[in-house]
Design a protein around this ligand. Structure first.
Ligand code: NOJ
Length: 571
């Protein structure tokens, strides 16, 4: 272990050295700029998080995952990083970070941070050097620069699209003022892709992983883990060439920039770094890959765990849930990882809203930014009146309670414990921040609706988010969803989450699960090794519960029966 590791681990001691703490953890995602604002500048900050550690502890989670808090111009909500080894001055200092880590650890909570290795921001020192250096220089070679096509190099090197819309290439002006080369950006143009064939890039990220591990960070969430390595030969295939190969191309490991086989060499190297620490640092891959290729990311010789977005993309439907659960548990077992479950995060329409939208067609899968119904809702401009919020929340509570009964890690997104709905077109265009909105203007409204600062109180400045307003406007109806409004209310979503998370810790003795026959296609039931059963009624007809003591239910039972869109745990 590096010397600094020993020093820093002492200053931010992890509470236990259990190397398996992550396997069945409940992990709470914080989007720092929208969680809690301590200094009244309208932007959530690190001290705001520290002040809420008692709330997090009381919620009953095991770990916190912080979305990027690094210096950033916010071209993509912080996923455009200017400096990987620092804190954005608007959010605090490294000392504030240490204080937060200490407070979390003292409360027995682990800390996971986001690493964004596919691209930096265009303000990163290395990218500035690349722009200031000539064609073919070592500095350019840290990113992906190409000459353009056409007589004057005026056309991009390929016709590929960026994920946020528009071309995946941007032309630069050379230091002498002439029109120059093009650089690749799979996401916004402010997010130039690194060249992972370059050993200097690899070394720099090892340094970053050690920097945060030395400060006592327990694990990492790896942003677009499947995009790092690329095959950019002289002649790049066109979009049509790629499309002609169909879905099958994604299974070959030979797509020019998604999910290439050799990306795992990088993670094998990272694993060796993680294992220098005690307990080993953990990692979870954000990899929107074909389900059959996910296990590679979750391998114990690689990152160790990978997000499974299958439930998130499924409709509220017993058959889809059953199939997804069986498949993912089998996969996790085969890879040696534990499964992961997630319904909401900072990229998708909140599940309390998704489940309140009209039913979608059978899912085509693979959509990157939202579940199918949520995607259509975004396309339509996200009108609140399209949503059956009551039904959505009822289903979301049922789905979350089901998730808490599953073996593996449950990833929660800030605000879902309040049953928060997505904020739709109540955010005026002038207040929007998401590049997906600007690059696709008129087509998608983007992801700001799940990133609106949390309501802590029912009244007062920005509903208790902070003393100085909120960087995204909060709708009036946030008052009724606030933490204050839900405290002490036995039937509130906050109370349900607290009760369920407290009970969940008793379920996690082994990772086994036995599916039970219910006699109904729309009712899904399973038993855990401690004898507890979880039963979810996806239909509308009440379900006669078997004998047993009720531990918790997402909606009140009706004459002893489980109503539609509800989950109950029995002992
Ligand atoms: C995935 C992140 O979750 C998303 O918010 C971001 O826009 C892209 N990666 C690019 O970093």
């Amino acid at each position: 272990m590096p010397t600094t590791a020993t020093q820093a681990t002492q200053s931010n001691p992890a509470p236990t050295a259990d190397p398996n703490w992550w396997r069945q953890a409940s992990v709470y995602q914080i989007y720092p700029r929208s969680f809690a604002d301590s200094n009244g500048d309208g932007i959530g900050d690190i001290n705001g998080i520290t002040a809420k550690v008692p709330y997090l502890k009381n919620l009953g989670i095991d770990a916190v995952w912080l979305s990027p808090f690094y210096p950033s111009a916010l071209a993509d909500g912080g996923y455009d990083v200017d400096d990987y080894r620092n804190v954005d001055p608007l959010l605090g200092t490294l000392e504030d970070f240490d204080a937060m880590a200490n407070a979390l650890h003292a409360a027995g909570l682990k800390l996971i941070v986001d690493i964004v290795p596919n691209h930096s921001s265009d303000r990163h020192q290395l990218f500035r050097e690349a722009l200031a250096s000539p064609r073919g220089s070592a500095a350019r070679n840290r990113y992906i620069f190409r000459d353009g096509l056409g007589e004057e190099g005026e056309l991009p090197p390929s016709d590929w699209d960026s994920v946020f819309g528009g071309p995946a290439w941007e032309r630069i002006t050379e230091p002498d003022g002439s029109p120059g080369q093009w650089y690749m950006h799979i996401f916004a143009k402010e997010q130039p892709d690194f060249n992972w064939d370059n050993p200097e890039v690899r070394e720099d990220f090892l340094k970053t992983l050690r920097f945060w591990s030395d400060r006592g960070v327990d694990g990492f969430r790896i942003d677009v883990a499947h995009a790092l390595t690329k095959n950019l030969e002289e002649t790049l295939p066109t979009k049509a060439d790629l499309e002609a190969q169909g879905e099958a191309l994604y299974l070959t490991g030979q797509h020019p920039y998604w999910d290439r086989d050799e990306v795992h060499e990088i993670y094998a190297e990272w694993r060796r770094v993680f294992n220098e620490y005690n307990p080993p640092r953990t990692a979870v891959a954000e990899a929107w890959v074909h389900t059959d290729r996910r296990a590679r990311y979750a391998s114990p010789e690689g990152l160790g765990q990978a997000f499974n977005f299958d439930l998130l993309q499924a409709d509220f439907d017993a058959a889809q849930f059953r199939k997804t659960i069986i498949k993912n548990l089998a996969e996790a077992k085969a890879s040696g990882a534990s499964s992961t479950w997630v319904f909401s995060n900072h990229d998708v329409v909140r599940h309390a809203t998704r489940y309140g939208l009209p039913a979608s067609e059978p899912s085509a899968g693979g959509d990157i930014m939202a579940g199918q119904a949520g995607k259509r809702w975004l396309l339509a401009g996200g009108r609140q009146e399209d949503v059956d919020a009551e039904l959505g929340l009822r289903r979301a509570r049922a789905a979350s309670l089901l998730m808490f009964a599953l073996p593996g890690s449950a990833y929660l997104y800030q605000g879902e414990e309040l049953g928060l709905q997505e904020v739709g077109n109540e955010i005026p265009d002038s207040a929007r921040q998401d590049p997906a909105f600007f690059r696709n203007k008129g087509v998608e409204i983007g992801r700001d609706g799940c990133r609106v600062p949390l309501p802590w109180t029912s009244a007062g400045s920005s509903f208790g988010f902070g003393p100085g307003g909120s960087h995204l406007p909060q709708p009036e109806w946030f008052a009724g969803s606030s933490v204050e409004a839900q405290e002490g209310q036995g039937d509130s979503t906050l109370s349900l989450y607290r009760r369920a998370l407290a009970l969940r810790s008793q379920l996690q003795t082994t990772e086994a699960l036995e599916l039970l026959e219910t006699g109904r296609d729309d009712v899904l039931a399973f038993r855990r090794p401690n004898g507890w059963t979880s039963i979810t009624n996806f239909g509308t007809e009440p379900f006669e519960l078997p004998a047993g003591q009720l531990l918790v239910s997402s909606s009140p039972l009706e004459a002893g029966r489980l109503p539609g869109a509800a989950t109950a745990w029995l002992r």
